[in-house]
Design a binder for this molecule. Structure first.
Ligand code: COA
Length: 273
């Protein structure tokens, strides 16, 4: 993964989380390569702060999540903290609460998110990747949830996403064995959407992000909201939210701009309203 932003990144969690924004694309980097980007609680909290800042930055239209060092996206929770912070049910609940608040931010993120995965994507790293809207990986990546090797119960949200992506049988095989699969298998079972050679991964991910950032933000938001509702049980669906964003789109200046630009054979300039 290129170290292209090193002078313009904002650090969180003592630099173990980095944030960058330019040309409508926000990037959050998990930056603890010595530990294969294992997530400490401080990193979870820094991740939440970076997500919030990019969420509130009106110029940012899409957010990419990536790992530093070329060897891992995120290798899961930092196991070295478990003895202190996650040694029994009560401690684990407190731990889960602190990290769950940040995951909830990502789960309900109002902008499109892309996980750009190079190397190991394990345990809690899989959860982050699965919470992103889209997963793009390099050929040399490895995926797995080794909860059964550690004696950990993987939570409802993580498994809900796993089952919705790969189906219950693959979810069981992955969870019961704790096995790791490579990118080709991950692609085949629907865990990732696209796979590229390592040296093309970042360029291809940026190309998708740039395309998204140039499209109409409200139309993308409508797709995001509606797909999230499709995945809910019928009784829990908020059809009102779908209607509201649909109306916002159809009444928007961007829809007018989209129509005009098409007729005038030019590229549309969308404002998000
Ligand atoms: N938590 C804490 N430390 C971790 C870690 C994690 N999840 N993953 C890797 N590290 C540390 C290793 O302890 C090692 O530290 P050291 O240099 O002080 O010995 C360093 O990162 C490099 O890891 P290493 O195992 O030597 O590298 P590798 O490239 O051979 O293997 C992994 C990488 C990710 C496959 C392997 O480290 C691993 O299996 N990690 C645990 C993954 C896991 O169980 N995640 C789920 C947690 S819920």
């Amino acid at each position: 993964m290129p170290d292209i932003f090193s002078t313009t990144e904002t650090p969180y969690a003592e630099g173990k989380i980095l944030k960058h924004a330019a040309d409508g694309v926000g990037v959050i980097t998990f930056n603890n390569p010595d530990k294969r980007n294992a997530m400490s609680l401080e990193m979870w909290e820094g991740f939440g702060e970076a997500l919030t800042s990019l969420r509130d930055d009106e110029a940012v239209r899409v957010v990419i999540l990536r790992g530093a060092g070329g060897k891992a996206f995120v290798s899961g929770a930092d196991i070295s903290q478990f003895e202190k912070t996650r040694h029994n049910a009560a401690a684990s609940e407190e731990y889960a609460k602190r990290s769950a608040a940040q995951r909830a931010l990502l789960a309900d993120y109002p902008k499109p998110t892309i996980a750009c995965i190079q190397g190991f994507c394990l345990g809690g790293g899989m959860q982050v990747a699965m919470l992103a809207d889209i997963r793009i990986a390099s050929h040399d990546s490895q995926f797995g949830i080794p909860a059964a090797r550690l004696g950990i119960a993987y939570g409802f949200d993580g498994l809900r996403h796993l089952v919705s992506l790969v189906g219950p049988s693959w979810a069981r095989l992955l969870m019961y064995t704790g096995m790791r699969i490579d990118s080709a298998e991950a692609l085949r079972i629907g865990l990732v959407e696209r796979v590229f050679p390592e040296d093309q991964l970042w360029g291809e991910t940026m190309a998708i992000a740039e395309t998204i950032s140039q499209n109409a933000p409200l139309a993308i938001k409508a797709a995001k909201i509606t797909i999230a509702q499709v995945l809910k049980d019928e009784s829990a669906r908020d059809m009102g939210a779908i209607k509201a964003i649909g109306n916002a789109c159809m009444d928007s200046a961007d829809f007018r701009e989209g129509r005009q630009a098409f007729m005038e054979k030019r590229r549309p300039q969308f404002q998000g309203r």
